[in-house]
Write a protein that binds this ligand. Structure first.
Ligand SMILES: Nc1ncnc2c1ncn2[C@@H]1O[C@H](COP(=O)(O)OP(=O)(O)OP(=O)(O)O)[C@@H](O)[C@H]1O
Length: 246
């Protein structure tokens, strides 16, 4: 990053840091907002490229070490958080973003980061209830199931193979990634971006309730067009889902 800081565009090897640096300089010199459009097919590297741009902008526009770097940290930690809830394994990419995003980083007149905002678009919602092998549902579900003594037990969660919304595909693990460790990272990111512990609790309760809802099965009732809970197992999941939604 140091190498690209202030270097004339085109002088060094092509790199996303050069693009980020050119737009940062243009903003500082011309006092005009700049946009960088990251496009490409699935797996092309948009998510990773965007993270590198954000890393570079927090590097050139961040405060010096020792000062309060909360905003910079929040900008960077928004990535693991959004990925936990909006990324999933697809046939083309183990960490495919299933939504679009507009990341806005605001700077003060000295070129220092003063704030950030992220808008997300069109999350692929159908994935929550339907997946095909070898794809996966959103990372957050596997992370929560792997949270062990923490939330998994509290919410009566077991291995993903016990839940219909996850076991439609037999892929539960990702190469080189620990669901349990990712859960800890997601929780830390939530703390850093400022999500209160009550809100975090509410979010994970809803995730767990969704998994239990997916295990409720119905069978035809005695009345015409009626249905009843199929068995004891379904009743158990219904009861837990209802409790969690309360
Ligand atoms: N700069 C990079 N250095 C090393 N590996 C990279 C880099 N960019 C992308 N990759 C690899 O390619 C994979 C896919 O990249 P990424 O998730 O950024 O793609 P994408 O374009 O955002 O895909 P999608 O549209 O599916 O979200 C990454 O998980 C990583 O393994």
């Amino acid at each position: 990053m140091e190498q690209y800081k202030g270097a004339p565009f085109g002088e060094l090897s092509p790199h996303v840091f050069a693009v980020a640096d050119a737009s940062y300089r243009a903003m500082v010199n011309e006092h005009k907002s700049q946009s960088i459009l990251v496009s490409g097919e699935s797996g092309a590297g948009k998510t990773e490229t965007t993270k590198l741009i954000m890393q570079y902008l927090t590097y050139v526009g961040g405060r010096t070490v020792g000062d309060d770097r909360t905003v910079e940290q929040q900008v960077l930690e928004s990535n693991p958080l959004l990925e936990a809830f909006g990324n999933a394994r697809t046939v083309r990419n183990d960490n495919s973003s299933r939504f679009g995003k507009f990341v806005e980083i605001q700077f003060d007149t000295n070129g220092r980061i003063s704030g950030a905002a992220i808008r997300t678009y069109l999350l692929e919602r159908s994935r929550v209830v339907q997946i095909t092998d070898p794809e996966r549902n959103y990372h957050c579900f596997y992370q929560l199931c792997a949270s062990g003594g923490q939330d998994a037990e509290k919410y009566k969660l077991e291995h993903p193979s016990h839940f219909h919304y996850l076991n439609q595909s037999k892929t539960y693990e990702l190469d080189g990634i620990s669901n349990a460790e990712e859960y800890v990272k997601t929780r830390r990111a939530m703390d850093i971006v400022g999500i209160s512990s009550e809100d975090q609790e509410a979010i994970f309760r809803i995730l767990a309730a969704i998994l239990h809802l997916g295990n409720i099965e119905f069978s035809p009732g005695k009345e015409h067009d009626s249905s009843v809970i199929k068995d004891q197992k379904s009743s158990f999941h219904l009861q837990i889902a209802a409790d969690l939604f309360m």
